[in-house]
Design a protein around this ligand. Structure first.
Ligand code: FAD
Length: 519
């Protein structure tokens, strides 16, 4: 019988197959030659002790024991070109995985995406980085693959349903992601590898009879007698179908405004907001691994930190080891930050959103906007930051200790944020209570992670698109909108996901419920 083993080894042993074989042979008291195959099922880093260990769960096959390589295959898709049509608005993870699931269920997805395909998108990312030009349909949030395409591609989620998560990870592997994502405790893909995977998903949708329309922005949803009839695009074209998955993401303010104007129920939803902090990766490594030099066998260290400050959670969000801060505005006249990393996470800097949980009562100054109060609150901060930093894609920046001491930084060194920074006292960007919590919080962070609170760390503002400021309410079982039959609010924008994996899971769920409703 193959033996399953849980073990802790040094990073060097974990990184070297032959060393691992020797180690395991001693553990199970056989010669290394007798070991036919080692399959790693799980891998995580234990950095709690000074001597860092790698936790492994392995299966060892000895010579003579039946071993078969398992290849992860795509589901058996059927041709759906003449099947019942379902409109999917948005080609982010929610929309794309909804489309794949629809095909698997024998339904034809028509995916409608305002942005360009992954390759076309690159030009617009260059324009925002280099020329400060924001294309309202094609940027870090909008375009094929959605907000997660040019990201760190972290694939962890708080979802408790391991089965759902594994299914999405396996689909990603079948579309070309490394099998490591099935093994790592904190898997990620990286900006350089995601676009090809997204492209392959799109090609599969088309190969099996689905449609994918780029540069097509939905400007109206046709509803008759509280039932969906189809959509209208920016050119006035109508596409008719009575099932519609609305997966437009957290930045599609025009969709929130459209629903509000049409009196289709939406609700304000709390989200989180703050800054993006950048340290040198070397410093984060030394804090997290308690060492001067990370060595060649450990990955650039991530961090995750949360504190309660003045009754609010302040926490790290979307931390990117070895990454870059990206300009994520979706309209001219605003600035927004987020982060990405290449698959090797080999940049010199580590960045993370450091955000504070908001409450609905924080949106009170914008109460006249009703369900859009949170959107207006978010906009006001993004626009103020744009003004303060000089009305380009430069962002307000401040050294961390200077911020905690209300001092404008005398200088800001070059950071990974390509459009550039302007030295601004961050207190001007945020309402007073938020600045106060951030100031206190950074001091607390400095106590837990010694070395974190340093003037070498640079804060960039704002980190404001952490999750949707709106929820589009839906029935908990059918997933249909509470008032509009055939409308399936889906993914992060509707308030049902936070991240690539949970958005993909929600996309699949909506597709399944549509198939169920058609039975
Ligand atoms: P989105 O991905 O936002 O997709 C919505 C799509 O709808 C977009 O493509 C948009 O163009 C389209 N759309 C909007 N309005 C319309 C319209 N009117 N008509 C037609 N199409 C429309 N998450 C992680 O889990 N790990 C990470 O490492 C990570 N890093 C990130 C880095 C960056 C820079 C950003 C911006 C986000 C990151 N996220 C990350 C968050 C993650 O990308 C989102 O949680 C996820 O993409 C949400 O998926 P979604 O499909 O619900 O929406």
């Amino acid at each position: 019988m193959p033996r399953e083993l849980l073990l802790q080894v040094t990073p060097e042993i974990a990184a070297n197959e032959s060393l691992l074989k020797d180690y395991l042979s001693k553990q199970i008291k056989v010669s290394p030659q007798e070991i036919q195959h080692i399959v790693i099922l799980k891998r995580s880093i234990d950095a709690r002790q000074k001597a860092i260990k790698i936790n492994l769960k392995v299966i060892i096959y000895l010579k003579g024991e039946a071993f078969q390589e398992t290849k992860i295959e795509l589901p058996l898709y059927k041709d759906v070109s003449s099947a019942q049509e379902v409109i999917v608005v948005g080609a982010g993870p929610a929309g794309l995985f909804a489309a794949l699931q629809l095909i698997e269920l024998g339904l034809k997805p028509i995916v409608i995406e305002r942005g360009k395909d992954v390759r076309g998108r690159r030009r617009d990312l260059k324009a925002i980085n280099r020329e400060h030009i924001v294309n309202e349909d094609s940027n870090y949030c909008f375009g094929e693959g959605g907000a997660g395409t040019y990201s760190d591609g972290k694939l962890y989620t708080r979802s408790k349903k391991r089965g759902d998560v594994t299914r999405i990870l396996e689909l990603l592997v079948a579309f070309g992601a490394s099998e490591d994502i099935l093994v790592e405790a904190h898997p990620h893909i990286g900006t350089n590898k995601l676009p090809k995977i997204i492209e392959d998903i799109r090609n599969k949708i088309i190969e099996f009879g689905g449609q994918v329309l780029f540069d097509t922005r939905v400007t109206d949803i046709l509803v008759k007698n509280n039932e969906v009839e189809g959509i209208v695009t920016q050119n006035g074209d109508k596409i008719l179908a009575n099932k519609l998955i609305l997966a437009t993401g957290h930045s599609a303010r025009d969709i929130f405004e459209l629903l509000d104007k049409k009196k289709i129920l939406i609700e304000a939803k709390p989200f989180a907001l703050g800054v993006r902090a950048e340290h040198s990766q070397e410093l984060i490594d030394s804090i997290q691994y308690s060492c001067d030099y990370r060595g060649e066998h450990l990955p650039p260290a991530p961090y995750s930190i949360v504190k309660q400050v003045n009754g609010r959670g302040m926490y790290s969000f979307c931390m990117c080891p070895g990454g870059v801060i990206a300009p994520c505005a979706t309209s001219p006249g605003e600035v927004v930050t987020n982060g990405w990393s290449p698959s090797k996470r080999d940049q010199a800097t580590a960045n993370s959103g450091i955000v504070i949980e908001l409450k609905l009562e924080d949106f009170k100054p914008f109460a006249k906007f009703g369900a859009l109060a949170g959107v207006e609150f978010q906009k006001s901060i993004e626009q103020k930051a744009w003004h303060l930093a000089g009305r380009t894609q430069k962002v307000p920046a401040q050294r961390m200790i200077d911020f905690t001491q209300n001092k404008v930084s005398a200088d800001i060194p070059k950071t990974s944020y390509v459009p550039g920074t302007t030295s601004v006292e961050m207190g001007q960007v945020f309402p007073g209570f938020l600045s106060q919590i951030l100031r206190e919080g950074f001091k607390e962070f400095g106590k837990s992670m010694r070395g974190y609170l340093t003037n070498e760390a640079i804060l960039h503002a704002p980190e404001s698109r952490t999750s949707s400021p709106v929820r589009i309410p839906r029935d908990a079982y059918t997933l249909e909108h509470l008032q509009i039959k055939g409308l399936y609010p889906c993914g992060e924008g509707a308030g049902y996901a936070g991240g690539i994996i949970s958005a993909a899971i929600d996309g699949e769920k909506c597709a399944l419920m549509i198939a169920e409703s058609l039975k």
